[in-house]
Structures are given as C-alpha cells and as structure tokens.
Design a protein around this ligand. Structure first.
Ligand code: HEM
Ligand code: NAG
Ligand code: NAG
Ligand code: NAG
Ligand code: NAG
Length: 337
C-alpha cells in the first residue's frame, strides 16, 4: 500500500516537473514568496494614488498578454534586433501604457524574493488588485505561470480585436479561447474603468461601416459630446472616459450601453445584438451577477497557456541572459523542488 502511494506521488512529481504543462494553483508562492501578493497590492495602491488611470492600464495588460499565446508575459518583452515584440502591435502601439508600474512591481518582488515570481503571474495578480482597488470584486488568483522566451508581433496583430468589431465577430473570437458569450460580455465590463482614444472611435462618429454617417446606436446628446471631444481631423490621441464612472469598477458601463452611451463600437455592439443584449441588460440591473461573472471570466482567461517552455524573468522586459536551452529547461523544473 505504502509503495503504491509512493509510486503515485512519484508520478505526480514527474508530471509537475514538466516545463511545458504547468499546473496553476492558488497560494502558489505561500512558501517561496509568502508576501508576493501583498507586495503587488502595495505597489498598485501607490500607482493609483499617483495616477488613478494607471491601474486600469495595468489591468488591460492581462487581456493583451493572455490572448496571444497564453498568459506568459510575452507582451512585456521589448523589441530586440532579432525579435519584433508585441508592444508595437496594431492594438498596442500608442495605446497600452503603465509598463513602468509593472517594472516597479517587479523590482519590489525581486527585492523580496529574487527569481521567484514570474512576470506572467505579476500581471494576473495586478489585474485582480486593480479591480479591487477600484471598488470591484475580489477573487483568488491561480498562479505558477512561466514567462515566455519570445514574443510575436504578428500573432498579436492577427488575434487582438479592433474597437470596430461587432458582437458576432467577438463571440467567435472569444469562443476560440473557450470563453462563452457570458464571459465576453462580463469581461468587456472591464471597460468600467479607464479611457480610450479618439483614434478608436472617429470612424463610428463620422463614417460607420463606410456609410458616411455616424453609428445610429449612439444616443444623440452623447454623440454631440463625443463629436466635441473628437472632431473630424482632430488629435487622435485625445482620450475620453470608457464609462460615466471611469475610476470606479461598477456596472455603470452596462447602464451606459443600455442608454446608447457606449464609448467603443465593440462596447455598444453588445447591446445592439440580440445574443449579447440579454447579458448586458442583466448586468445593468444586477451588479452582483456582473461581479461574479467577471471574476469567473478573468480566472478562465488566466488559465490560457501556450504549452511552451519558459523561465522566471528577472526583468520583465528581457529574457534572462542567454544560456543553452537545456539549462533554461533545467531551471524551470528545478524551481518546483
Ligand atoms: C471584447 C473585446 C475588447 C476590445 C475590442 C477592446 C478594445 C479596447 C480599446 C480600443 C481600448 C481603448 C484603447 C485606446 O483607444 O487607446 C480599450 C481600453 C481598455 N480595455 Fe479593452 N477591449 C476588449 C476587451 C477587454 C478586456 C477583456 C479587458 C480586460 C479584462 C479590457 C480592458 C481594458 C481597459 C482596462 C481599458 C482602459 C485602459 C486605459 O485606460 O489605459 N478590454 N479596450
Ligand atoms: C461583423 O464583422 C465581421 C468581420 O468584420 C463581418 O464579416 C460581418 O459581416 C459583420 N457582421 C454584420 C452582421 O455586420
Ligand atoms: C478549449 O477546450 C478544448 C476542449 O476541452 C481544448 O482541447 C482546447 O485546447 C481549449 N482551447 C484553448 C484555447 O484553451
Ligand atoms: C467612409 O468610408 C468609406 C469606406 O471605407 C470610404 O470610401 C469613404 O471615403 C469614407 N468617407 C468619408 C467621408 O471619410
Ligand atoms: C499619438 O502620439 C504618438 C506619439 O506621441 C504619435 O506617434 C501618433 O501618431 C499619435 N497618434 C495619433 C492617432 O494621432
């Protein structure tokens, strides 16, 4: 009996040591870096005091990381002479921001527990904290991800959705990641915090679907407001609030959609299309159901993995110094011992 148990645990150990297939779990760092989550939260709090929007910007990074070859911090790699990273991809250039906050979190983590907490896990913890610090729900995050050894601008360009997307396109895209219609609508509720650029909405203000007309789904007085903020031929980098309460994580975003006051086309489309509309309506009147579905969606999105080998980066912007691949693999399995 004892032998069988021993053998069973041996097999478990071997499975657990594979660098390819990491099992995510809560409290992953309870022994190797017990303060990890407290450290992330403190730096995020500090960032919020400095600039409220920055925590929304950091939260967005989880989405742009996880959809492109899994949650592996590939997004955070700077370009190198032989690798075009994801930071300058279509959906990210002049748009993703607050990488400096990520650097600060990583520095604090490295100081407390050098070489232990991955940048991919950092993003997932920080995204949860951004939601909590803005008044949204708390959930336990599953951890144990490895950081990628490479990034792909091409993959990001192919995958990340345009703000022009309609609901059918988004439903299809999310389903390719095993995310349901409810997940899509709930996760879009992340736009309860943060801002977007005029560049992302001018087409719907002046030439929706090449019609030469504005998107008819925009409520007229809201459209007037947006026209003033984003005049035709104006500065595309000017920003507007994604919902009426851009520093509070609440269900105002869904109330806005019901009233034709969504900022992005990809937001308003969720109320225009019948399949997504019911979810918008429910979330707009029941904040608790939104919070629950949102946490569920974030956990599912956080489960996406590439299955490729990885490492614990020391600096989120660059892979660790070049060593033969065998050593990299060795190090990733060693950390679990
Ligand atoms: C459903 C498909 C989605 C589309 C098409 C989309 C698109 C966009 C766009 C165009 C912006 C404004 C960027 C700019 O104008 O520079 C934005 C902002 C934002 N997105 Fe999304 N998004 C989607 C889903 C998500 C998800 C799933 C999350 C996170 C869980 C997220 C989090 C955010 C946040 C927090 C901001 C504000 C960032 C800031 O203020 O810096 N988005 N999104
Ligand atoms: C939705 O968008 C896709 C991709 O851009 C397009 O092919 C499709 O025709 C659109 N659907 C509708 C109903 O407009
Ligand atoms: C979606 O689920 C299927 C069946 O469980 C699985 O084979 C597939 O790898 C999953 N896809 C993603 C992107 O996780
Ligand atoms: C609107 O878009 C269509 C198709 O993309 C284009 O042919 C047309 O010139 C645009 N009109 C204006 C006023 O920009
Ligand atoms: C926004 O600003 C960046 C750099 O400051 C510039 O390169 C870019 O062209 C601007 N984008 C738009 C849409 O105006």
């Amino acid at each position: 009996m004892a032998f069988y148990l021993w053998f069973f645990f041996l097999i478990l150990q071997i499975l657990n040591h594979s660098a390819i297939c990491t099992t995510l779990k809560t409290n992953f760092y309870s022994e190797t870096c017990p303060k990890a989550e407290v450290i992330v939260k403190e730096v995020m709090k500090k960032a919020m005091r400095k600039e409220a929007r920055s925590i929304a910007s950091v939260m967005r990074l989880q989405f742009h990381d996880c959809f492109v070859n899994g949650c592996d911090a590939s997004l955070l790699l700077d370009d190198t002479p032989n690798m075009l990273g994801e930071k300058l991809a279509l959906s990210n250039i002049d748009s993703l921001r607050s990488y400096d906050v990520v650097d600060e979190v990583k520095e604090a983590l490295e100081k407390a527990c050098p070489g232990v907490v991955s940048c991919a896990d950092l993003l997932v913890i920080a995204a949860r904290d951004a939601v909590v610090l803005s008044g949204g729900p708390y959930w336990e995050v599953k951890l144990g991800r490895l950081d990628s050894l490479t990034a792909s601008q091409e993959d990001s360009n192919k995958i990340m959705p345009s703000p022009r997307s309609n609901a059918t396109y988004l439903i299809d895209l999310f389903s390719r990641f095993n995310l349901s219609v409810q997940d899509l609508v709930a996760l879009s509720g992340s736009h309860s915090i943060g801002k977007g650029r005029c560049f992302s909405i001018v087409f719907r203000l002046y030439n929706q679907s090449g019609s030469g007309r504005p998107d008819p789904a925009i409520e007229p007085s809201f459209r007037e407001k947006l026209d003033k903020l984003c005049p035709l031929g104006g500065d595309g980098n000017v920003t507007g609030d994604l919902d009426a309460t851009p520093e509070i994580f609440d269900n105002q975003y869904f109330k806005d959609l019901v009233n034709g006051r969504g900022f992005l086309n990809s937001d308003q489309t969720l109320f225009t299309y019948p399949i997504t509309r019911e979810y918008v309506r429910v979330f707009s009147i029941n904040q608790e159901s939104f919070f629950k579905a949102f946490a569920q969606g974030m956990i599912k999105m956080g489960d996406l993995q590439s299955g490729r080998p990885g490492e614990i980066r020391r600096n989120c912007r660059v892979v660790n110094s070049h060593r033969p691949r065998v050593e990299v693999l060795f190090e990733t399995s060693k950390r679990k011992e």
